[in-house]
Design a protein around this ligand. Sequence first.
Ligand SMILES: *Cc1c(COP(=O)(O)O)cnc(C)c1O
Length: 494
Amino acid sequence: MKYISTRNKTVSISPSEAIIQGISKDGGLFVPSILPKVDDLDTCMNMNYKELAYMIMSKFFTDFESKELEDCIDKAYDNKFSTNKIVPIVKVEDVFFLELFHGPTFAFKDMALSILPYLLKTAMKIRDTHKEIVILTATSGDTGKAALEGFANVEGIKIIVFYPENGVSEIQKRQMITQEGDNTFVVGINGNFDDAQKGVKDIFNDKEFVNYLDKNNYILSSANSINIGRLIPQIVYYFYGYLTLLQQGHIEKNEKVNITVPTGNFGNILAAYYAKKMGLPVNMLICASNENNILSDFFNTGIYDRRRELILTSSPSMDILISSNLERLLFHLSGERDKMIEEKMNQLSCQGYYKMENLNIKDFYGSFSTEKEVSAIINKIFKKNNYLIDPHTAVAYNVYEKYKMETKDTTKTIIASTASPFKFGSKVAAAIGMDIEGKDQFSILEDMGTNANIAVPQAIKTLKHKKILHDNNCNIEDMEQMVKMFLKVGGTND
Ligand SMILES: *Cc1c(COP(=O)(O)O)cnc(C)c1O
């Protein structure tokens, strides 16, 4: 298995190199040169999560020895997940919620970020790299904490997280700024997620700076979904969810399902697309946006146009206008036309939009939810079924309802449930009609838990008394300076 760049497919590197590098030097993203097939789902029927993870990941991380990969998987999917199923499925009315939030930080980002540190350490061993790795991460709220949790106190690795100072939920922010571990550094930026993501990409592309760090024995890598070490582990749970439905008799062998994914950076839904291409019986991939409906517009018009204001919504992890991973889908769908992709991406950064001609996007349906619809859905599902969902998952459910109305399609549908409702307590509590006026975040969560008859997760409760360890803030143009400060490398290259 090789990984090739979406902007120059003659760039072809091994899995371990791709994990370490994160992003290609030409600015492109690495994609698998082929998508391996899973021919016989029957043989996977009785696999547990770890076994299935091995079956899938071993097809992608081919330069890992089997013992090494097994070891990574063993350490990742252990009792830091609150259920030994790792990913349970809950049937509510006619849909199946694939609960991806039972990891240590209560969002689906844990699914990949609990394994990425081990993949990276192993990749360094395979490449015989002795430099120190610096993980640079932009976060819209959930990646940051999940990456910090995964990388804290990992020897040979430092991690720096940039989050939009005013663009994350209170709990998300607290989770990050109370992070322990000498190798962690958390910075709020005066800007939104797109600014943070662009700032990080610019640092990666600043050759002089990268060389300078190299001389100081550091290499940069990424924990964002541009890293294939994050993307590939996300394929596993779509197979797992399908197999669970099969096992429980909800579907029959080879029966197709729809998959609905609340989408921001297009990583999670791209993993579902990969699963489909690998042979998972999937009918429609339903791409759900919040009021930042740039992807929904794209699927309906073929035009990707970021010339609009970013809106701060109650689903902050999807408040994104530049969905990085869409580049990968376009590369695949266009028949790997790398030069064309490069042109479109340059056009996006210079002119703010591009149009794709003759693209076959029949696998995808795109629509979006307004804030009002999100509240109404959370309320409706809770009142009817006593089941609480978070605002991201509510976006997905609402878009699924629109899809069903429009198409009359009755194919069974999996909804990626991406975060615990407790991570977005105020919004969820207000949506189910609780009076939250003047109450503090933690008492709201307690009341909400009582209301829904579920316990507030311990790790969220303890946030209340945790010491704030990171109070850094900077402007977008000073991100590089912050990196230097943390790494204690002087200003000799300025
Ligand atoms: C990151 C995130 C999303 C969006 O996932 P992408 O892979 O960026 O599309 C949706 N919901 C939650 C809770 C998230 O943390």
